[in-house]
Design a protein around this ligand. Structure first.
Ligand SMILES: [Zn+2]
Length: 61
């Protein structure tokens, strides 16, 4: 089964709710994986509006 990502944050979620936005707005249709260690030091993270370290997808349907 494909991993699920939060549609709001693009973050990969293993539990029942997104740890960032506390919703369960998930999608299993996504592309690309991005690991963010330092959101403030990553241009890509800032571009995507990522504010917390973690594993993200680049695109989610
Ligand atoms: Zn979220």
């Amino acid at each position: 089964m494909a991993e699920k990502v939060c549609r709001n944050c693009k973050m990969f979620v293993t539990g029942t709710a997104c740890p960032l936005c506390r919703t369960a707005n998930f999608s299993r249709t996504w592309k690309g994986v991005l690991y963010v260690n330092d959101p403030n030091g990553s241009e890509v993270a800032q571009l995507l509006g990522i504010k917390a370290p973690g594993k993200y997808c680049l695109w989610v349907k």
